[in-house]
Write a protein that binds this ligand. Structure first.
Ligand code: GRF
Length: 194
C-alpha cells in the first residue's frame, strides 16, 4: 500500500509512521511527504529518513482553488492508495478527495464530532469535559467530518495543561493511526483481497 503523508507542523505522528514502516512493523510504502508551507519539521524529518518531499505553499497561490489543484496534481503523481493528513492544517476540496477515491485519512485530537477545528485540545479543556481523546476518520471536504474509523478516549486530569494533554493524546493517536494503516494495508494486500 502506497501512502502520501501531508503535514503542516512538527510531524511527530509522521515520525511514528516512518519508524513503523522502517522497522517493518507497518507494511506501507511512504511514496512522499508534502507540506502546505516551507520550513516544517515534518518535511525535515522525512528528508532525514531519505523520503521524497514536496511543498505546495498555500501562500504562493492567488486562490485556494489553484492551490488545491496544484496539491491534487502533485499528490496524484505518486499514485497513492491512501493519502494521510497527519497534522495537515488545511481543508481540501471535494475534487481532491474524489481524485483519491475518498481515501483521505485524517487524525484529530478530540472525540469527533465534538471539538472539530484547529484547537480540538484547547476547546475540550475550555468546555470542561473530563474525557476527550482522538479520532481517525475518512475525511470529506468539511472541517474534521467524515466516517469514523477508530477512536480512543483519554482522561483529562486536573493537572493537565493543553500541552500535557495534547502529548497524551498524541501517544494514543500514533498508535491508532498505525493500527488503522496496518489494517488497511492488510486488506489491500493480495492475501487480504483474496
Ligand atoms: C495531531 O494531534 C493532529 O491530530 C493535530 O495536530 C497534531 C499534529 O502533531 N491536527 P504532529 O505534527 O504530528 O506532531
Amino acid at each position: 500500500m502506497r501512502i502520501v503523508v501531508l503535514v503542516s507542523g512538527t510531524g511527530s505522528n509522521l515520525q511514528a509512521v516512518i519508524d513503523a514502516a522502517t522497522s517493518g512493523e507497518l507494511d506501507v510504502e511512504i511514496a512522499a511527504v508534502g507540506a502546505d508551507r516551507e520550513g516544517t519539521y515534518g518535511v525535515e524529518r522525512a528528508s532525514e529518513a531519505g523520503l521524497e518531499t514536496f511543498v505546495i505553499n498555500f501562500n504562493s497561490f492567488p486562490t485556494r482553488e489553484e492551490w488545491d489543484a496544484a496539491l491534487t496534481a502533485r499528490v496524484a503523481s505518486y499514485a497513492p492508495d491512501v493519502v494521510v493528513s497527519s497534522g495537515f492544517m488545511r481543508i481540501v476540496s471535494a475534487d481532491f478527495i474524489n481524485a483519491f477515491n475518498g481515501k483521505y485519512l485524517n487524525t484529530h485530537p478530540a472525540l469527533l464530532p465534538s471539538f472539530p477545528g484547529a484547537h480540538g485540545v484547547r476547546d475540550a479543556m475550555a468546555y470542561g469535559v473530563k474525557v476527550t481523546g482522538c479520532t481517525v476518520h475518512w475525511a470529506d471536504a468539511g472541517m474534521d467530518t467524515g466516517p469514523i474509523v477508530a477512536q480512543e478516549a483519554v482522561v483529562i486530569e486536573d493537572a493537565d495543561t493543553e500541552e500535557t494533554l495534547h502529548e497524551k493524546i498524541k501517544v494514543v493517536e500514533r498508535r491508532l493511526l498505525i493500527a488503522t494503516l496496518a489494517s488497511l494495508a492488510a486488506a489491500s494486500s493480495p492475501a487480504g483481497r483474496g
